[in-house]
Design a protein around this ligand. Structure first.
Ligand SMILES: [Zn+2]
Length: 325
């Protein structure tokens, strides 16, 4: 756990971090930017563990006292700054947890590392408090800010930090991760890798979310209703859609991927490129009832609804209009 070799698909970042360690050119402040689930915390933790390892290699040794302390979540020189307020970090959090403790030398390691997760929620005042520390850090001090969007930080902070952007991971890498490390079946791995948009955390979250499977069944059934022109069934479905309101993007994604699978079957008859491979029989049946044109029109309409969709739109009405073609 927490070794660079365990991290999937972030080779550039890893080589940057390892190079900084081996050439002893570690910066005093980093920003790691990426959406939730992309592995920002994993990278920050692995970097910190390796920096503190007593063997000073480019991978943590997992046997020294520092590595063992880290593995027991009990490292005296790696601090996780905590926001005392639900809405984010206040200036007192930064003063008390960072500014007032940084001058105390590391207890046993080479560095004293502070990790600030969700640093997007630092108020301007707390960023200004942090700025002083970032400007004149002691030689052993390292501050790592994890953010979804670095534009939420002040330009003065941005200009003093090394920014690392976590990129999306290629689908085949996610696919093999889900199969080999998480033990998912080929079918499941294929679905969740396709929906992850290059985000392993998102793939895992969808896999663990029972409502994803439920939603998929519900949406597949909607296409059966469209084929059989079951108007009453579609009106009921449009109403039920409301309960999935907070998962609207996934709803559109499932519908679009299903229609694309229908299109693939129409044009190639092959299974190779299907996302919903586990539903091959249903796909084949539905594709027999829908013309190429009908599928294209549906894809266009869903894409149109997706791009025009506003959070406060009349949900039921939008779906009634969409489904009752
Ligand atoms: Zn070690």
């Amino acid at each position: 756990m927490y070794t660079f070799s365990d991290i999937i698909g972030q080779d550039l970042i890893i080589s940057h971090m390892q190079q900084a360690i081996s050439s002893n050119k570690v910066s005093h402040a980093y920003i790691i930017e990426g959406e939730i689930g992309m592995g920002k915390k994993l990278l920050a933790n692995t970097f910190s563990k390796t920096l503190q390892c007593e063997k000073h290699g480019i991978e943590p040794c997992d046997t020294c006292e520092s590595c063992l302390n880290f593995n027991h979540s009990n490292h005296p020189d790696i601090e996780y700054v905590i926001a005392s307020n639900k809405t984010g970090y206040g200036v007192s959090d930064i003063r008390e947890q960072v500014n007032n403790t940084l001058h105390i030398k590391p207890y046993s390691s080479q560095y004293k590392i502070y990790i600030i997760d969700q640093a997007d929620s630092l108020t301007n005042q707390s960023q200004n408090a942090l700025l002083k520390t970032i400007e004149e850090p002691p030689s052993y001090g390292i501050i790592i800010l994890l953010v979804a969007n670095s534009q939420n930080l002040l330009a003065t902070i941005l200009s003093r930090c090394v920014k690392i952007t976590v990129n999306s991971v290629a689908k085949p890498l996610i696919l093999s991760y889900l199969k080999d490390r998480e033990g998912l079946s080929e079918y499941d791995a294929n679905i969740y890798a396709s929906f992850s948009r290059g985000n392993i955390g998102k793939a895992m979250q969808l896999y663990q979310d029972e409502s994803f499977k439920e939603m998929r069944e519900f949406l597949i059934d909607i296409f059966d209703k469209i084929i059989s022109k079951d108007t009453i069934g579609l009106l009921t479905a449009a109403k039920k859609m409301e309960s999935y309101k907070d998962k609207i993007n996934i709803i559109f994604d499932i519908m679009l991927s299903w229609l694309r699978d229908l299109m693939v079957l129409k044009t190639t008859k092959g299974e190779k490129y299907l996302i919903h491979l586990d539903k091959y029989k249903t796909l084949l049946k539905q594709s027999g009832y829908m013309s190429y044109n009908r599928i294209s029109v549906l894809i266009e309409r869903i894409e149109e609804t997706k791009s025009n969709f506003r959070l406060h739109a009349n949900f039921q009405l939008s779906f009634e209009t969409l489904l009752l073609i």
